[in-house]
Design a protein around this ligand. Structure first.
Ligand code: CA
Length: 212
């Protein structure tokens, strides 16, 4: 078992060169809770096994344990991260059961730089893919955005930026991602940074990636 883990880690690190620290977090959290088959969703080698869409309701997910090929990453020293909860507080419209959230009340005045990263999606043959998600976004000192990677997590580009509206923004978001059309191994991450305070939070549920 030990030997198997080390093999998986080397493979992930090679995919994530330039992204070493976050890749280590990903590897540890994934391998401790997931079967090995879903520990390498980012590899181009396994492209034929990538789903052509992802739909995740986070049902039954708890605390800091992602499932189904999702991962949580955070920058060193910044330890307020995404977590999975089932609570009325900050629940997005359209959400039920568990959802994913970041809450400044958990660690006020903490610096934040965390992402909830999707499994790799095969968008070859798709001309008009989208990302959809239910969102309750109250930024205050936080910022939030949805980012795309077309190279296994080496670089990311912004697909959606959380609006700076006073009082927050709630509802189902639809984000066209024509820049990812035709690509294999597309990764989507929900990235939040900034500082936590008692008002800032971002919650998401019912994430879809693919073509409707
Ligand atoms: Ca849910």
């Amino acid at each position: 078992m030990k030997q198997h883990h080390s093999v998986q880690r080397r493979r992930l690190l090679s995919i994530f060169s330039g992204f070493t620290i976050a890749a280590t977090v990903f590897t540890v959290s994934t391998l401790s809770d997931q079967p090995a088959v879903s520990a390498a969703p980012l590899s181009q080698e396994t492209g034929s096994a990538q789903p052509t869409s992802v739909y995740t309701e986070f049902t039954g997910w708890r605390s800091w344990t992602p499932q189904e090929g999702w991962a949580i990453t955070h920058a060193p020293g910044k330890d307020l991260t995404w977590k999975f909860v089932d609570t009325p507080f900050a629940r997005p419209p359209g959400s039920d059961g568990s959802f994913a959230g970041i809450y400044g009340t958990d660690r006020p005045e903490t610096a934040v730089d965390t992402s909830l990263v999707s499994p790799a999606v095969d968008l070859t043959g798709q001309e008009s893919p989208v990302i959809e998600f239910d969102s309750a976004y109250y930024p205050y000192l936080l910022t939030g955005g949805v980012e795309l990677s077309l190279n296994g997590g080496l670089t990311w580009s912004t697909a959606w930026e959380g609006p700076a509206a006073t009082g927050g923004t709630r509802g189902r978001m639809t984000v066209p991602i024509p820049q990812a059309a035709g690509h294999l191994g597309v990764l989507v991450r929900f990235h939040s940074s900034g500082r936590a305070n008692q008002y800032g939070s971002w919650s998401i549920d019912n994430v879809f990636i693919g073509t409707r």
